[in-house]
Design a protein around this ligand. Structure first.
Ligand SMILES: Nc1ncnc2c1ncn2[C@@H]1O[C@H](COP(=O)(O)OP(=O)(O)O)[C@@H](O)[C@H]1O
Ligand SMILES: [Mg+2]
Length: 367
């Protein structure tokens, strides 16, 4: 058997990347092919931290090697989450992706979804921050069981708190009593958000997830004027009464050209002790919103007492009870989200992830 590295290169180049459905050769994802004794190595660049994606690509690689009668190759993964384009005075120059979690409606589980998605991406190996943009009703301190005041090393920038490897910022960390009501008016909220972006030392991040307040979307609008947003995750519940408000927030996104990455239906169903599924609040809401938004339904999260209990006890469910159906649904949604984020960059800029000059101009004009 001839095990020249060029044979490996030929075989591996034909493998199709599960995110972009293009070959590793076309994408230029292969490097560092080498042989040491009878062990073969290759580095493969991948655009998502998702373990499921990695496993799928590994399977495809093994199949291709088998077809070419080649021995196995030890793969070294080079996870490179694609980055959004930053503008010259971008408040978040080191943040590759900004993801807004929103819904026109309160109580649908935005904060729960935002916290668990952030954690799921972090557990997969990405560098993640979570910004609690709900100035009037912060939930990050409770959901992460964390209080206390962030410090500032240089007296200029605030160092975010950290838990489970996630960088966290919330107005709740700054108020003397986090339960005290914020009575700020619009411009103050605007200013606080600006500070949370610009004056927090987020450092290099693959994803900054923003947990937005309910409402008409002025916060989303403010944010979209300050930094280029990768995309929005819309959270809804299945029942009809929730939908009107959610539709409004979808329209707002369309109006201000905020791309919607996908829709999460939360509190979709309840599984009883025998595993029977009960649709307590009706069905179809997530699908209806997804169609309205022309975006995929990323998943359905069941209603589970453990989600609320763990949320109240300061450890989101993907961390505290990863084997529950809700946690599994949230993990799968995070995987899908990472894939969609990567694809959205690819659609815009092609595989090299740097926009052609005229494209860059066009994007700037749109803003
Ligand atoms: N899938 C779920 N199962 C059970 N309880 C949930 C679920 N999702 C959210 N909750 C609970 O519902 C309440 C509202 O959720 P929250 O995430 O704060 O909503 P929002 O941020 O949209 O106002 C919280 O007490 C939360 O723990
Ligand atoms: Mg909330």
């Amino acid at each position: 058997m001839n095990t020249d590295t060029s044979n490996f290169s030929d075989a591996l180049s034909t493998v199709v990347d599960p995110i972009f459905e293009k070959t590793l050769g076309e994408l230029g994802s292969l490097s560092n092919l080498r042989t040491d004794g009878d062990q073969h190595y290759a580095t493969v660049r991948i655009s998502s931290p998702s373990e499921a994606v990695r496993e799928e690509l590994q399977r495809r690689i093994e199949r291709a090697l088998k077809v070419h009668s080649l021995p196995t190759v030890q793969i070294e993964w080079d996870i490179q989450v694609p980055t959004r384009e930053t503008v010259s005075n971008d408040p978040l120059p080191e943040v590759r992706n900004v993801i807004l979690v929103m819904s026109g409606k309160g109580g649908v589980g935005k904060s729960t979804v935002a916290a668990n998605l952030a954690l799921a991406l972090g557990k997969a190996g990405a560098r993640v921050g979570l910004l609690d943009a709900d100035i009037y009703g912060p939930s990050v301190p409770t959901m992460f069981g964390i209080a206390g005041h962030p410090s500032s090393e240089d007296g200029k920038r605030i160092v975010p708190l950290q838990r489970f490897g996630i960088k966290l910022m919330s107005i709740g960390f700054i108020l003397e009593d986090p339960r005290q009501a914020v009575v700020w008016r619009g411009p103050m909220v605007h200013g606080a958000l600006q500070q949370f972006l610009r004056d927090v030392a987020w450092g290099p991040l693959d994803y900054l997830v923003l947990d937005l307040p309910p409402g008409t979307g002025d916060v989303a609008l403010t944010l979209s004027q300050q930094a280029r947003i990768t995309g929005v995750v819309v959270v809804t519940t299945p029942q009809e009464v929730a939908l009107q408000d959610v539709y409004k927030s979808v329209s707002m996104c369309h109006k201000v050209r905020l791309p919607i990455l996908g829709v999460v239906e939360n509190m979709s169903y309840f599984l009883d002790d025998r595993g029977m599924r009960h649709e307590l609040f009706g069905s179809g809401g997530g699908q209806a919103v997804a169609e309205y938004a022309s975006a995929p339904l990323l998943g359905q999260v069941p209603i589970e007492p453990s989600v609320r209990e763990w949320g109240d006890r300061g450890t989101p469910v993907v961390q505290s009870a990863p084997n529950t159906p809700a946690a599994q649904a949230l993990n799968e949604i995070a995987d899908q989200l990472a894939t969609l984020v990567a694809q959205s960059h690819f659609e815009r800029h092609g595989s090299k992830q740097s926009p052609p000059a005229d494209e860059a101009k066009r994007l700037r004009v749109l803003r």
